[in-house]
Design a protein around this ligand. Structure first.
Ligand code: GRF
Length: 192
């Protein structure tokens, strides 16, 4: 049995997909951590029965980052999954958890790193749209790619359809990749 913690800031649809998938395994999603006190992800955590914790950045970034590091050190998960977490993890956290931090990004990295990736991909006229699951390093969406999944732009006819297709790819592949990593002791922090 391995333990996972998810960090999310907003709606939490990926968090919910991960939680539901982990439930079907012998692994545990031990907590949702959010920086947003009114995140919809918290409502999802309550309805699924996952404990949640707010790290409040309102009192200052360095205090919040220290609190986050303490919290993660205490929880001591085997894996950390970012799922729409809108804060950059500082080097002490990235270093402490090395290759045990995963992220999902709604574009084919290295293209369209950063905010509003779906809209920017769509507006660029790129021939393929998709998702990237990658390790987290100290940069923004710059870590080593684990998997990418895509579809041809002509398969969808609007930005809204592209968004729906991208979220469906996220919800299907990210939980699977995380559960596969939880299954492989060599990919988990506790084995390092
Ligand atoms: C997803 O599109 C994810 O790729 C990006 O942020 C979004 C989070 O959506 N990093 P949700 O909160 O999981 O619904």
């Amino acid at each position: 049995m391995a333990e996972l913690v998810v960090l999310a800031s907003g709606s939490g649809s990926n968090f919910e997909a991960i939680a539901r998938r982990v439930r079907t395994t012998h692994h545990r999603l031990t907590a949702l951590i959010t920086n947003t006190p009114d995140a919809y992800a918290i409502r999802r955590a309550e309805s699924i029965g996952v404990p949640w914790i707010v790290v409040d950045y309102a009192s200052g970034r360095s205090a919040a980052e220290a609190q986050l590091l303490d919290l993660l050190t205490t929880l001591d998960p085997d894996l950390i999954a970012l799922a729409g977490f809108m804060k950059v993890l500082p080097p002490p956290i990235v270093d402490a958890f090395a290759s045990a931090i995963y992220n999902i990004h709604p574009s084919l990295l290295p293209d369209f790193a950063g905010l509003n990736a779906i809209e920017r991909s769509w507006n660029s006229g790129a021939s393929r749209l998709g998702i990237t699951i990658h390790y987290v390093d100290a940069g923004i969406d710059t870590g080593t790619v684990i998997e990418q999944h895509s579809f041809a732009r002509e398969e969808v006819s609007s930005l809204e359809e592209a968004e729906a297709r991208i979220h469906a790819l996220e919800h299907s592949h990210y939980p699977r990749v995380l559960c596969e990593a939880l299954d492989r002791p060599g990919d988990r922090r506790s084995a390092m």
